[in-house]
Design a protein around this ligand. Structure first.
Ligand code: GDP
Length: 365
């Protein structure tokens, strides 16, 4: 399954945030696949539509869909040259699908900052540069080989070489690989390089307890926003310490606590949803009387592949899917009413599933 990796310099609040994630996940005891890897935390994806469907269908049980975060500790300046946990750290980043970079935006005299003072942009640049240097090494190595093959008129090398040159140009200007405008086909050609800076990144500004309600006015947060805007990246503001506290509360207590603090939605919930979007993920629902449930798929996936998310047999034996859009179902008020209104479609193998579809799969066993 897809996972987002949490990175950041030491003492920025990564462990605190990751604790919040694991605790929140432990409360969500629904997950049979609860992982045993201590560096992976599973969380529920908050989705108000699921509550509405539960009201409508009154099932025995409701199961949200889940999402994984991976804790990647150990980046320091010089990681790409093997400093600290260097190479090990970078190899862990290779395995994740998106990167959440935690940035320290809180002041606290008692907590040392690795470079002496709080400076979020410096911090971001340290990390991004390590990732860029590592990618430069990968691209240079590859270019050396491919360049030789291209000289001998190797067809594939002739296609790959100019793409590598484009990447090299960007990296040399300290720009991430994701900033290079590559077509789907070009992306496929360089997929095997497992570049770090080609992965989507979002910034997590960690602010102090007393500033979280008014984070927009925090000067560090403003700096991070400006920086992120320039590269088209998103910023989520959280207070990791508060997230850790509320991760132990049930939903009702959590709502009350957030209200007291003047926060609309917990930072962790925002982070989960933003990461989900960043990875191009979407949700469809199954809504039976036994169980109403949310399932994760990648945008663009067709009905049989989506059925396969539930069970491989569903994909193999797929015949068709009774499908109704969430809005149509809610408007109709019940599945029967939606059918009467002609809102329930029979979709076949080529149907591209949409976010919010409520589906019932028909399949051969
Ligand atoms: P890591 O090294 O990035 O994993 O950082 P930690 O999560 O261990 O946090 C380092 C220190 O900063 C710990 O003492 C945390 O309690 C503290 N800390 C983390 N987040 C916050 C926060 O939002 N506000 C304050 N005041 N302290 C925090």
């Amino acid at each position: 399954s897809l996972t987002a990796g949490i990175v950041g310099l030491p003492n920025v609040g990564k462990s605190t945030l990751f604790n919040a994630i694991t605790k929140a996940g432990a409360l969500a005891a629904n997950y049979p696949f609860a992982t045993i890897d201590p560096n992976v935390g599973v969380v529920e994806v908050p989705d108000a539509r699921l509550d509405k469907l539960t009201e409508l269908v009154e099932p025995k049980k409701t199961v949200p869909t889940a999402f994984e975060f991976t804790d990647i500790a150990g980046i320091v300046k010089g990681a790409s040259k093997g400093e600290g946990l260097g190479n090990k750290f970078l190899s862990h980043i290779r395995e994740v699908d998106a990167i959440c970079q935690v940035v320290r935006c809180f002041e606290d005299e008692n907590i040392t900052h690795v470079s002496g003072s709080v400076n979020p942009i410096d911090d971001i640049e340290v990390i991004n540069l390590e990732l860029i240097l590592a990618d430069m090494e990968s691209v240079d190595k590859r270019l050396l080989r491919v360049g030789k093959m291209a000289k001998q008129k190797d067809k594939e090398a002739l296609i790959e070489e100019p793409i590598l040159v484009k990447l090299k140009d960007a990296l040399e200007k300290e720009k991430p690989a994701r900033s290079v405008d590559l077509s789907e086909d070009e992306l496929k050609v360089v997929k095997g390089l497992h570049l770090l800076t080609i992965k989507p990144m979002l910034y997590v500004a960690n602010v102090s307890e007393d500033e979280v309600a008014d984070a927009a006015n925090n000067k560090y947060v403003q700096q991070v926003r400006e920086f992120a805007a320039a590269e088209g990246a998103q910023v989520i503001t959280i207070c990791a310490k508060i997230e850790e506290e509320i991760s132990e509360l049930d939903d009702e207590e959590k709502t009350m606590f957030l209200e007291e603090l003047g926060i609309e939605e917990s930072g962790l919930d925002q982070l989960i949803r933003a990461s989900y979007d960043l990875l191009g993920l979407a949700t469809y629902f199954t809504a039976g009387v036994q169980e109403v449930r949310a399932w994760t798929f990648r945008k663009g996936m067709k009905a049989p592949a989506c059925a396969g998310v539930i069970h491989s047999d569903f994909e193999r034996g797929f015949i068709r899917a009774e499908t109704v859009a969430y809005e149509d179902l809610v408007e109709a008020g019940s599945m029967a009413a939606a059918k009467e209104a002609g809102k329930v479609r029979l979709e076949g193998k080529e149907y591209v599933v949409q976010d919010g579809d409520v589906m019932l799969f028909r399949f051969n066993v």
